[in-house]
Design a protein around this ligand. Structure first.
Ligand code: ADP
Ligand code: MG
Length: 334
């Protein structure tokens, strides 16, 4: 059997099965956006998460402005803190760099990191630096905090809960397509920027964390269906989604036609939008939207309902949509 037969999540499951043990104080280990550790005061949670970005899998060095790469490297980690409703505290930065790289590139990358670190109040705590043979690789481990009682996890969604998202989905995939094909984005520049410079929804995550009726939350890094699927699997539920309710950038339809791509697949299975997706009991759904919008996610909307029946069904104008390939898996789709 090959790795591509079981995919990224099959591999993670195998690793998790081997390192099965836990210990007191570990509220959440493998399986959520962050690990959650209970602090000695019994009130505070320490959130920890790590992400690896490698050229040319996650970015293409000569197509990615280094300052934006630095901003994105921290943003994708901040987004996992946002998904738990936490506040960033500090981070470790490890880089593997080819010796031939221009110092200007590294300096600009660091400035980008510094932008997002300052904006979100995360201090650099340490890291590691090594030479790589050819490719630039970046690993960030970020720490955050939250009140234990306010943490939002992937587990917790209940049948009847409303599914909501914080903003437009699919834009990043459109931007990636233009980047890969070296298309001049022209009027579609905002879609390219959605891919290059995603915004971590820290304030929205924190605001939603204060609402008890918000039952589960995740950030959309691997695609809407994939990430909603994580909530459904962990919560033992399913979902009905109304495709037309999913917010999308007003440019995306025209961009998909221009690129000869499927706008539906960008929205349902494209990744890297870093919007939040959460579930909330029906009686608190309007309040959750108000709170999310007031926190800056002004296009937050409801897109569907959690069901007892497993699986995710997407309807468009009342008809079922064939969802086919769902989300991003590092080893299955090359
Ligand atoms: P995210 O997209 O939020 O970063 P992932 O889907 O990448 O999360 O990972 C799912 C879970 O699996 C997370 O809890 C992550 O910490 C864990 N995980 C991923 N890769 C490994 C690994 N190699 N060893 C242990 N845990 C892992
Ligand atoms: Mg995540």
């Amino acid at each position: 059997m090959k790795l591509s037969d079981i995919g990224e999540f099959g591999l993670i499951d195998r690793i998790a099965a081997l390192f099965h043990q836990s210990r007191p104080g570990c509220i959440e280990g493998i399986g959520d956006d962050c690990a959650v550790l209970e602090m000695k005061d019994g009130l505070t949670a320490l959130l920890v998460t790590t992400d690896l970005l490698i050229d040319p899998i996650h970015f293409i060095r000569d197509k990615t402005p280094p300052r934006l790469l630095g901003r994105k490297a921290l943003a994708v980690n901040l987004s996992d803190i946002a998904a738990m409703g936490g506040s960033p505290w500090g981070f470790f930065l490890s880089i593997a760099v080819p010796a031939s790289i221009n110092l200007e590139y590294i300096d600009a990358f660091m400035l980008g990191l510094h932008d997002r670190a300052t904006e979100f109040n995360a201090v650099l705590l340490g890291g590691d630096t090594t030479r790589s043979a050819e490719h630039f690789a970046i690993n960030i481990t970020i720490l955050g905090t939250s009140q234990l009682t306010q943490i939002k996890r992937r587990i917790g969604a209940k049948p009847g809960d409303v599914i909501q998202v914080s903003g437009p989905i699919g834009s990043s995939s459109a931007g990636l397509k233009m980047l890969l094909e070296s298309k001049n984005p022209g009027v579609f520049e905002p879609l390219l920027m959605a891919h290059l410079d995603p915004y971590p929804r820290i304030a929205t995550g924190q605001a939603l964390a204060r609402i008890d009726s918000v039952s589960a939350m995740i950030d959309i890094s691997d695609g809407l269906l994939q990430d909603l699927g994580h909530i459904c699997t962990r919560s033992g539920v399913g979902a009905d989604i109304a495709f037309e309710a999913i917010p999308r950038d007003s440019l995306i339809d025209a961009c998909a036609r221009w690129c000869d791509e499927s706008m539906e697949s960008w929205i349902l299975s494209g990744g890297e939008d870093y919007e939040l997706l959460w579930t909330v009991s029906a009686d608190a759904a309007d309040r959750a939207l108000d709170v999310a919008r007031a926190s800056g996610a002004n296009r937050a909307v409801s897109i569907g309902t959690i069901t007892a029946q497993p699986g995710i069904r997407v309807n468009r104008d009342g008809n079922p949509l064939d969802t086919g390939r769902m989300g991003w898996d590092h080893f299955r789709y090359t």
